[in-house]
Design a protein around this ligand. Sequence first.
Ligand code: DP6
Length: 376
Amino acid sequence: TIYRASTTAPVNIAVVKYWGKRDAQLNLPTNSSLSVTLSQSDLRTHTTASCSASYPEGDSLLLNGEPSDVTGHRTQSCFRELRARRAALEAADPSLPKLSTLPLRLVSENNFPTAAGLASSAAGFAAFVRAIANLYALPDSPAQLSLIARQGSGSACRSLFGGYVAWRMGSRPDGSDSLADQVAEASHWPDMRALILVVSAAKKGVASTSGMQRTVATSGLFQRRIDDVVPRHMDAMEEAIRDRDFAAFAEVTMRDSNSFHATCLDTYPPIFYLNDVSRAAIGAVEAVNEAAGRTVAAYTFDAGPNAVVYYLQQDEEMVVGTFSALLGDVTGWKDGVQSYKSPVVLVERLSEVIKTGVARVIMTGVGEGPVKTDEH
Ligand code: DP6
């Protein structure tokens, strides 16, 4: 017998960034963070979990068709925690099949190229945990499952929910209160959109796990970020989302990205994630906001040069029009967008940098959490 279950899980992009661990073993953060879950029609991981006594290879994971290592301590923590929960169910109800002792096989696929340089670990570990929880018929809530996904990759805990999601850092040493919590459903503020500029030839920079540990160990600015900056940003961001106040949302988003990248620069030796293309994208956002006479767009950057620009549906023409004029006919750019008339007087150099530096554009928006699907 082969038992199977499948799920999808979304990507999320933080507007208040997670950067720093207080416990690397349990993957506990130095600060809370908050993200927007992006629509799965554009970006998602699809994972099927199965288990069978007939699997000869033990636990395994196939990622976009390639065998992937499962012996790392993060993957092992997820397997262990999920099996322990299933074993507890089996102990309570002896009529249940003994799945907890069978080898697991995970088959996982992204609907976007891994080479796009988009953080896929968040969707990946969220789908991994959700798929096995479905297979095991675990009664655990998404918040409880987020405790497990967190151990796979910190940002993954936020991908168990749709909409607007906080990861509460918690204070307990065992990490039992460091979990995700939905601040608002996608339907609360459904017109949130994201334009992602995927920067070409982005060489592999410093990985987030080692980068953040270097920041914690060496940056003086970092202490101020976690003591003062992030707590203020978390409060202001939750308020902005509650009130659907885009100007406030945008300011906190941009300030928090800037603060995070400042601590990267303050790391010794320094870490540079932003490049000329990123800076040109910042320039374009500032230009469109100035031309609009109000805040219509907000940039944010993770541990790499790709720009994510948040805006509201009603301002799409202005925001997307500006970027499409700057971009010209970059691959993957939606048809029809070109005809928008941008109010921004385009700076030649800005356009040149963006045009040559952006490989791909993704237009998406706020979306739902993991969804059960058919097996593949
Ligand atoms: C800059 O979640 O990839 O994207 O917990 O070590 O796997 P690990 O780190 P990861 O870090 C994400 C960092 C970030 C900010 C964010 O998503 O909040």
